[in-house]
Design a protein around this ligand. Structure first.
Ligand code: NAD
Length: 358
């Protein structure tokens, strides 16, 4: 039986990690402790969890309550810091979100991706394996290391078909390769040392708190600010979209009930060509901002394609549905509306599209 009492969430100040921590406290009635270890790169913002900090962080001690949310500004590559965090909070579960996560940045500079996504994951795995070793030399079985992976490790698909958990890895960008390497290390620690692990592969997430260099927050903020709307290539690349809450509910289910050593695909089963999605976002954002959608359409700019741009991703998530009873709950139109109104209301989320891919 997994303890799931003192959870180390890495990268909890980023998009999905911050939504996950909020979800645990608000929706799951989680009664344990969450330690958020994040070194706050450009993508991490402590403000993403200001509400959780106010309700469960250090200030609650003044009113006699027990602090249950702890933020540690720490780099997952720093072994000493990781060991201290494990000891100080008696960590029994790791949910590993921390990563360099933007494909374009990985094309411009792969080193940071190898450092954090590969070396950082190995540092965490090794810290866990020593901290969780019992006196008799056997690893505890009430602990878990959950790796947040991506659909991109499987590579690109043609017009039909979808990847299952049995599909071979064929990463095509430095980002995807670094995530694939991390996944292999996670499974290697499971088979070699008996570390209890699970892995989830998810498709494209959307929702609040995503850094606006990624497609949806970028175009929403650009429409709001009257800027051009960049679209890679011919705009016909296909992605599957899932609302972030559906992803994190699946993660919590896997962490609670997933088979040790198991890998699970998580998908919105909701495929869109980028250009069609852009038209939909223009319609919703123009309405929210009181703009004429026809004027906004004129700001679309096709820019040269990303090198090695994967054409289509699609995941078969029937294992997660059949084995753990998960299903998507957020209707796409409703999720998009929520996302649009969140970004339109956030002036501080300035869009960023400053990469030139060489
Ligand atoms: P993000 O870029 O928004 O957040 C990443 C967080 O990790 C940031 O808070 C950053 O400060 C932190 N971080 C980076 N390097 C670190 C280091 N060395 N030490 C400590 N913290 C560090 O990313 P996201 O979109 O929230 O993605 C989270 C995870 O989900 C990643 O592992 C990513 O590969 C995976 N994923 C994302 C998507 C998606 O659509 N966004 C889809 C599938 C999988």
């Amino acid at each position: 039986m997994r303890r799931l009492t003192n959870i180390l969430v890495t990268g909890g100040a980023g998009f999905i990690g911050s939504n996950f921590i909020r979800y645990l406290f608000e929706k799951e009635g989680f009664s344990g402790t969450v330690v958020n270890a994040d070194c706050l790169t450009y993508a991490g913002k402590e403000e993403n969890l200001a509400d959780v900090e106010a309700q469960f962080g250090k200030t609650v001690v003044d009113s006699g309550a027990t602090q249950r949310y702890f933020f540690e500004k720490a780099d997952i590559c720093n072994r000493d810091r990781m060991e201290r965090i494990f000891r100080q909070y008696d960590i029994d579960t790791v949910i590993h979100f921390a990563a360099e996560s933007h494909v374009d940045r990985s094309i411009c500079g792969p080193e940071a991706f190898i450092r954090t996504n590969v070396m950082g994951t190995q540092t965490l795995l090794d810290t866990a394996r020593f901290y969780w070793l019992r006196k008799d030399g056997v690893l505890r079985d009430d602990v878990l290391f959950h790796q947040i992976s991506t659909d991109e490790v499987y590579g690109s698909l043609g017009i039909d078909g979808s990847f299952t958990e049995e599909s071979p890895y064929e990463p095509r960008s430095p980002y995807a390769a670094s995530k694939a390497a991390a996944d292999h290390l996670v499974m290697a620690y499971h088979y070699t040392y008996g570390l209890p692990v699970t892995i989830s592969h998810c498709s494209n997430n959307y929702g609040p708190c995503q850094f606006p260099e990624k497609f949806l927050p970028l175009v929403i903020s650009n429409i709001r600010d009257g800027k051009e709307l960049p679209v890679y290539g011919d705009g016909r690349n296909i992605r599957d979209w899932i609302y972030v809450d559906d992803h994190i509910r699946a993660v919590w289910l896997i962490v609670n009930k997933g088979k040790t050593g198991g890998r699970y695909n998580i998908s919105g089963e909701n495929e869109w060509r980028n250009i069609d999605l852009l038209h939909k976002v223009i319609e919703l954002t123009a309405a929210e901002c009181g703009l004429n959608p026809l004027d906004v359409e004129k700001t679309i700019r096709f820019v040269s394609d990303r090198p090695g741009h994967d054409r289509r991703y699609a995941l078969d998530c029937s294992k997660l549905k059949d084995e753990l009873g998960w299903k998507q709950t957020v209707n796409f139109e409703e999720g998009l509306r929520r996302t649009v109104s969140w970004y339109v209301g956030k002036d501080k989320y300035q869009s960023v599209f400053s990469f030139s891919i060489r």
